[in-house]
Design a protein around this ligand. Structure first.
Ligand code: FE2
Ligand code: FE2
Length: 299
Protein backbone atom coordinates (compact mmCIF):
# COMPACT_ATOMS: atom_id res chain seq x y z
CA UNK A 1 0.00 0.00 0.00
CA UNK A 2 1.11 3.51 -0.76
CA UNK A 3 1.51 5.97 2.08
CA UNK A 4 -0.60 9.12 1.95
CA UNK A 5 2.38 11.18 0.79
CA UNK A 6 3.36 8.66 -1.89
CA UNK A 7 -0.22 8.50 -3.17
CA UNK A 8 -0.43 12.29 -3.42
CA UNK A 9 2.99 12.78 -4.99
CA UNK A 10 2.81 9.96 -7.54
CA UNK A 11 -0.77 10.88 -8.51
CA UNK A 12 0.12 14.51 -9.10
CA UNK A 13 3.28 13.65 -11.05
CA UNK A 14 1.38 11.16 -13.21
CA UNK A 15 -1.44 13.58 -13.90
CA UNK A 16 0.76 16.55 -14.68
CA UNK A 17 2.65 14.54 -17.28
CA UNK A 18 -0.27 12.66 -18.84
CA UNK A 19 -3.04 15.28 -18.71
CA UNK A 20 -0.90 17.43 -21.00
CA UNK A 21 -0.12 14.46 -23.23
CA UNK A 22 -3.84 13.69 -23.53
CA UNK A 23 -4.89 17.25 -24.31
CA UNK A 24 -2.17 17.50 -26.95
CA UNK A 25 -3.37 14.26 -28.55
CA UNK A 26 -6.75 15.96 -28.88
CA UNK A 27 -5.06 19.04 -30.36
CA UNK A 28 -3.24 16.89 -32.93
CA UNK A 29 -6.48 15.12 -33.89
CA UNK A 30 -8.36 18.39 -34.06
CA UNK A 31 -5.80 19.80 -36.49
CA UNK A 32 -5.45 16.61 -38.58
CA UNK A 33 -9.11 16.21 -39.51
CA UNK A 34 -10.64 17.82 -42.58
CA UNK A 35 -13.20 20.67 -42.39
CA UNK A 36 -15.97 18.26 -43.42
CA UNK A 37 -15.45 16.47 -40.05
CA UNK A 38 -16.76 19.43 -38.05
CA UNK A 39 -18.45 17.22 -35.42
CA UNK A 40 -15.31 15.22 -34.67
CA UNK A 41 -13.19 18.38 -34.67
CA UNK A 42 -15.57 19.89 -32.13
CA UNK A 43 -15.45 16.71 -30.01
CA UNK A 44 -11.64 16.76 -29.97
CA UNK A 45 -11.72 20.43 -29.02
CA UNK A 46 -14.11 19.81 -26.10
CA UNK A 47 -11.96 16.94 -24.79
CA UNK A 48 -8.83 19.08 -25.13
CA UNK A 49 -10.42 21.89 -23.13
CA UNK A 50 -11.67 19.48 -20.45
CA UNK A 51 -8.15 18.19 -19.88
CA UNK A 52 -6.86 21.77 -19.85
CA UNK A 53 -9.38 22.56 -17.13
CA UNK A 54 -8.20 19.55 -15.11
CA UNK A 55 -4.57 20.64 -15.56
CA UNK A 56 -5.36 24.13 -14.35
CA UNK A 57 -6.82 22.59 -11.19
CA UNK A 58 -3.99 20.08 -10.72
CA UNK A 59 -1.05 22.52 -10.94
CA UNK A 60 -1.74 24.44 -7.69
CA UNK A 61 -1.98 21.13 -5.76
CA UNK A 62 1.25 19.92 -7.37
CA UNK A 63 3.29 23.01 -6.61
CA UNK A 64 5.86 22.19 -3.93
CA UNK A 65 4.52 18.64 -3.65
CA UNK A 66 5.91 16.87 -6.71
CA UNK A 67 9.55 15.81 -6.56
CA UNK A 68 12.43 17.98 -7.71
CA UNK A 69 13.47 15.17 -10.04
CA UNK A 70 10.23 15.30 -12.03
CA UNK A 71 10.34 19.08 -12.37
CA UNK A 72 13.97 18.95 -13.48
CA UNK A 73 13.41 16.11 -15.93
CA UNK A 74 11.56 18.51 -18.31
CA UNK A 75 8.74 16.01 -18.75
CA UNK A 76 6.02 18.49 -17.73
CA UNK A 77 7.32 21.35 -19.86
CA UNK A 78 10.55 21.87 -21.76
CA UNK A 79 12.24 25.19 -22.55
CA UNK A 80 10.53 24.88 -25.99
CA UNK A 81 6.95 24.10 -24.95
CA UNK A 82 5.57 27.63 -24.74
CA UNK A 83 7.14 28.71 -28.02
CA UNK A 84 6.01 25.53 -29.75
CA UNK A 85 2.48 26.15 -28.49
CA UNK A 86 2.41 29.74 -29.67
CA UNK A 87 3.74 28.86 -33.13
CA UNK A 88 1.58 25.76 -33.60
CA UNK A 89 -1.58 27.48 -32.41
CA UNK A 90 -0.95 30.41 -34.76
CA UNK A 91 -0.23 28.11 -37.73
CA UNK A 92 -3.30 25.91 -37.22
CA UNK A 93 -5.83 28.29 -35.72
CA UNK A 94 -6.64 25.81 -32.93
CA UNK A 95 -6.60 27.12 -29.38
CA UNK A 96 -4.06 26.29 -26.68
CA UNK A 97 -4.32 27.52 -23.10
CA UNK A 98 -0.77 28.81 -22.61
CA UNK A 99 -1.40 30.15 -19.09
CA UNK A 100 -1.16 26.51 -17.94
CA UNK A 101 2.30 26.28 -19.48
CA UNK A 102 3.40 29.53 -17.86
CA UNK A 103 2.19 28.23 -14.47
CA UNK A 104 4.09 24.96 -15.02
CA UNK A 105 7.28 26.85 -15.83
CA UNK A 106 7.10 28.25 -12.28
CA UNK A 107 6.42 24.86 -10.69
CA UNK A 108 8.58 24.08 -7.66
CA UNK A 109 9.57 20.55 -6.68
CA UNK A 110 9.95 19.38 -3.12
CA UNK A 111 8.35 15.99 -2.57
CA UNK A 112 9.58 15.59 1.00
CA UNK A 113 6.84 17.38 2.87
CA UNK A 114 4.07 15.64 4.77
CA UNK A 115 0.74 16.43 3.20
CA UNK A 116 -2.59 17.06 4.93
CA UNK A 117 -5.54 14.64 4.68
CA UNK A 118 -7.64 17.12 2.69
CA UNK A 119 -5.05 17.05 -0.09
CA UNK A 120 -5.41 13.29 -0.42
CA UNK A 121 -9.15 13.75 -0.89
CA UNK A 122 -8.64 16.51 -3.46
CA UNK A 123 -6.09 14.41 -5.38
CA UNK A 124 -8.34 11.36 -5.30
CA UNK A 125 -11.03 13.52 -6.87
CA UNK A 126 -8.63 14.77 -9.60
CA UNK A 127 -7.69 11.13 -10.32
CA UNK A 128 -11.37 10.14 -10.56
CA UNK A 129 -12.19 12.99 -12.92
CA UNK A 130 -9.10 12.25 -15.03
CA UNK A 131 -10.26 8.63 -15.24
CA UNK A 132 -13.70 9.72 -16.43
CA UNK A 133 -12.24 12.01 -19.06
CA UNK A 134 -9.83 9.28 -20.12
CA UNK A 135 -12.71 6.91 -20.74
CA UNK A 136 -14.15 9.43 -23.20
CA UNK A 137 -10.76 10.05 -24.81
CA UNK A 138 -10.12 6.32 -25.32
CA UNK A 139 -13.55 5.79 -26.84
CA UNK A 140 -13.07 8.77 -29.15
CA UNK A 141 -9.66 7.55 -30.32
CA UNK A 142 -11.02 4.05 -30.96
CA UNK A 143 -13.90 5.51 -32.96
CA UNK A 144 -11.42 7.42 -35.14
CA UNK A 145 -9.30 4.30 -35.68
CA UNK A 146 -12.37 2.41 -36.94
CA UNK A 147 -13.46 5.30 -39.17
CA UNK A 148 -9.96 5.64 -40.59
CA UNK A 149 -9.48 1.90 -41.19
CA UNK A 150 -12.82 1.83 -43.02
CA UNK A 151 -11.72 4.89 -45.04
CA UNK A 152 -14.73 6.86 -43.81
CA UNK A 153 -12.58 9.77 -42.67
CA UNK A 154 -9.46 11.32 -44.12
CA UNK A 155 -7.09 12.17 -41.33
CA UNK A 156 -3.49 13.30 -41.75
CA UNK A 157 -2.38 11.09 -38.87
CA UNK A 158 -1.23 7.55 -39.50
CA UNK A 159 -3.42 4.69 -38.22
CA UNK A 160 -0.38 3.55 -36.27
CA UNK A 161 -0.19 6.98 -34.67
CA UNK A 162 -3.85 6.74 -33.63
CA UNK A 163 -3.17 3.32 -32.12
CA UNK A 164 -0.02 4.64 -30.47
CA UNK A 165 -1.86 7.48 -28.70
CA UNK A 166 -4.60 5.05 -27.67
CA UNK A 167 -1.99 2.81 -26.03
CA UNK A 168 -0.60 5.82 -24.17
CA UNK A 169 -4.08 6.59 -22.85
CA UNK A 170 -4.61 2.96 -21.76
CA UNK A 171 -1.23 2.98 -19.99
CA UNK A 172 -2.21 6.19 -18.14
CA UNK A 173 -5.56 4.63 -17.19
CA UNK A 174 -3.80 1.56 -15.74
CA UNK A 175 -1.66 3.76 -13.52
CA UNK A 176 -4.63 5.81 -12.29
CA UNK A 177 -6.69 2.70 -11.52
CA UNK A 178 -3.83 1.25 -9.44
CA UNK A 179 -3.33 4.55 -7.61
CA UNK A 180 -7.03 4.76 -6.78
CA UNK A 181 -6.69 1.33 -5.13
CA UNK A 182 -3.75 2.71 -3.16
CA UNK A 183 -1.21 0.63 -5.08
CA UNK A 184 1.67 1.18 -7.45
CA UNK A 185 0.94 -0.07 -10.97
CA UNK A 186 1.94 -3.73 -11.24
CA UNK A 187 4.05 -4.30 -14.32
CA UNK A 188 6.93 -6.58 -14.97
CA UNK A 189 10.16 -4.84 -15.81
CA UNK A 190 9.94 -6.12 -19.40
CA UNK A 191 6.37 -4.86 -19.76
CA UNK A 192 7.49 -1.43 -18.68
CA UNK A 193 10.62 -1.37 -20.86
CA UNK A 194 8.84 -2.83 -23.87
CA UNK A 195 5.98 -0.35 -23.61
CA UNK A 196 8.33 2.62 -23.76
CA UNK A 197 10.88 1.12 -26.16
CA UNK A 198 7.98 0.46 -28.52
CA UNK A 199 6.77 4.04 -28.09
CA UNK A 200 10.27 5.40 -28.77
CA UNK A 201 10.66 3.22 -31.88
CA UNK A 202 7.29 4.37 -33.21
CA UNK A 203 8.22 8.02 -32.64
CA UNK A 204 11.22 7.40 -34.87
CA UNK A 205 8.91 5.85 -37.50
CA UNK A 206 6.53 8.83 -37.38
CA UNK A 207 9.35 11.35 -37.64
CA UNK A 208 10.82 9.38 -40.56
CA UNK A 209 7.45 9.39 -42.31
CA UNK A 210 6.69 13.07 -41.72
CA UNK A 211 10.06 14.52 -42.72
CA UNK A 212 10.43 15.90 -46.23
CA UNK A 213 11.95 13.20 -48.48
CA UNK A 214 14.96 15.45 -49.06
CA UNK A 215 15.88 15.38 -45.36
CA UNK A 216 17.94 12.23 -46.02
CA UNK A 217 20.27 12.36 -43.05
CA UNK A 218 17.55 12.99 -40.48
CA UNK A 219 15.44 10.22 -42.01
CA UNK A 220 18.31 7.74 -41.90
CA UNK A 221 18.95 8.54 -38.24
CA UNK A 222 15.25 8.05 -37.47
CA UNK A 223 15.25 4.70 -39.25
CA UNK A 224 18.30 3.57 -37.29
CA UNK A 225 16.59 4.52 -34.01
CA UNK A 226 13.56 2.47 -34.95
CA UNK A 227 15.70 -0.60 -35.67
CA UNK A 228 17.52 -0.14 -32.37
CA UNK A 229 14.34 0.10 -30.26
CA UNK A 230 12.71 -2.81 -32.10
CA UNK A 231 15.75 -4.95 -31.27
CA UNK A 232 15.50 -3.94 -27.60
CA UNK A 233 11.85 -5.02 -27.50
CA UNK A 234 12.77 -8.38 -29.02
CA UNK A 235 15.56 -8.85 -26.51
CA UNK A 236 13.38 -8.25 -23.47
CA UNK A 237 11.16 -11.31 -23.23
CA UNK A 238 10.77 -12.14 -19.57
CA UNK A 239 13.60 -11.25 -17.32
CA UNK A 240 15.60 -8.29 -18.51
CA UNK A 241 19.24 -8.28 -17.62
CA UNK A 242 20.93 -5.10 -16.55
CA UNK A 243 22.34 -4.71 -20.02
CA UNK A 244 18.89 -4.06 -21.53
CA UNK A 245 18.22 -1.31 -19.02
CA UNK A 246 21.59 0.23 -19.86
CA UNK A 247 21.05 -0.11 -23.61
CA UNK A 248 17.54 1.39 -23.30
CA UNK A 249 18.92 4.30 -21.33
CA UNK A 250 21.61 4.91 -23.91
CA UNK A 251 19.20 4.74 -26.87
CA UNK A 252 16.62 6.94 -25.13
CA UNK A 253 19.24 9.52 -24.18
CA UNK A 254 20.30 9.65 -27.82
CA UNK A 255 16.78 9.87 -29.27
CA UNK A 256 16.07 12.58 -26.70
CA UNK A 257 18.96 14.62 -28.12
CA UNK A 258 17.73 13.96 -31.65
CA UNK A 259 14.19 15.10 -30.75
CA UNK A 260 15.58 18.16 -29.01
CA UNK A 261 17.49 19.32 -32.05
CA UNK A 262 14.53 18.41 -34.28
CA UNK A 263 12.25 20.61 -32.15
CA UNK A 264 14.79 23.42 -32.37
CA UNK A 265 14.99 22.92 -36.15
CA UNK A 266 11.21 22.93 -36.52
CA UNK A 267 10.90 26.11 -34.45
CA UNK A 268 13.78 27.72 -36.34
CA UNK A 269 12.32 26.63 -39.71
CA UNK A 270 15.52 24.86 -40.73
CA UNK A 271 13.94 21.42 -41.21
CA UNK A 272 11.55 20.58 -44.04
CA UNK A 273 8.65 18.47 -42.81
CA UNK A 274 4.94 18.21 -42.08
CA UNK A 275 5.62 17.96 -38.32
CA UNK A 276 3.99 20.64 -36.17
CA UNK A 277 6.59 22.03 -33.70
CA UNK A 278 4.37 21.03 -30.78
CA UNK A 279 4.57 17.38 -31.89
CA UNK A 280 8.37 17.63 -31.73
CA UNK A 281 8.14 18.94 -28.18
CA UNK A 282 5.50 16.34 -27.26
CA UNK A 283 7.69 13.37 -28.22
CA UNK A 284 10.68 15.06 -26.56
CA UNK A 285 8.74 15.20 -23.27
CA UNK A 286 7.82 11.52 -23.61
CA UNK A 287 11.52 10.69 -23.96
CA UNK A 288 12.32 12.83 -20.91
CA UNK A 289 9.65 10.96 -18.93
CA UNK A 290 10.98 7.56 -19.97
CA UNK A 291 14.54 8.60 -19.16
CA UNK A 292 13.46 9.47 -15.62
CA UNK A 293 11.76 6.06 -15.27
CA UNK A 294 14.95 4.37 -16.50
CA UNK A 295 17.09 6.28 -14.04
CA UNK A 296 14.87 5.14 -11.16
CA UNK A 297 15.16 1.44 -12.06
CA UNK A 298 17.42 -0.70 -9.90
CA UNK A 299 20.83 -1.21 -11.44
FE1 FE2 B 1 1.82 11.01 -27.01
FE1 FE2 C 1 4.07 8.96 -28.06
Amino acid sequence: MLSRDEFIRISLETNLFFQRIMKEHMFFIETSLQPVEAANIAEADVLKRSFEQLMAETIPYANGVVSKGTVESNEFVTPYTLRAENVTSKLTGASINTSITKAEEQLVGNGNISNPAWLKKAVKDINARSLNMLGEVIEFKKKLITLSLECKIFITAYDELLEHITREALYYRDILRSLQRGERPKRTLCDELNFWNNIMGEHAQFIDGLLDPTERELKETAEAFNIRFEALVKECIETPDKLIIEKSKEATGEIMGYKKSATEGLLGCTIKSIIPPLLGDHVLREANHYLRILKMLPR
